[in-house]
Write a new protein. Structure first.
Length: 115
């Protein structure tokens, strides 16, 4: 089982990034997918989640209207489009796959928002 995040980097405030999480080794279409983030000295927090087949999505209040989660079940990939980035969005971003009591995590990708 692998979840491999990519797309992180350094961006100026107000900029955009798109994170990708490529999944392999399990039946991607059966899993709900989500993005979490963890800033230095803070607990990991849920950013966005999307259910199987993309039926519904939900977001942390802090990112509503700026971030969008999506999935491509043909590519076994989940995305996080991040717009209007703020310095407080700086964190390591992780994707997670969840099916009942089974969960898988990626290794994370660093996002730094700074001028």
């Amino acid at each position: 089982v692998q979840l491999v995040e990519s797309g992180g980097g350094l961006v100026q405030p107000g900029g955009s990034l798109r994170l990708s999480c490529a999944a392999s080794g399990f039946t991607f279409t059966s899993y709900d997918m989500s993005w979490y983030r963890q800033a230095p000295g803070k607990e990991r927090e849920l950013v966005a989640a999307i259910t199987r087949a993309g039926r519904s999505a939900n977001y942390a209040d802090s990112v509503k209207g700026r971030f969008a989660i999506s999935r491509d079940d043909y590519k076994n990939t989940v995305y996080l489009q991040m717009n209007s980035l703020k310095p407080e969005d700086t964190a390591v971003y992780y994707c997670k796959a969840l099916l009942r009591w089974t969960e898988y995590w990626g290794q994370g990708t660093q996002v730094t928002v700074s001028s």
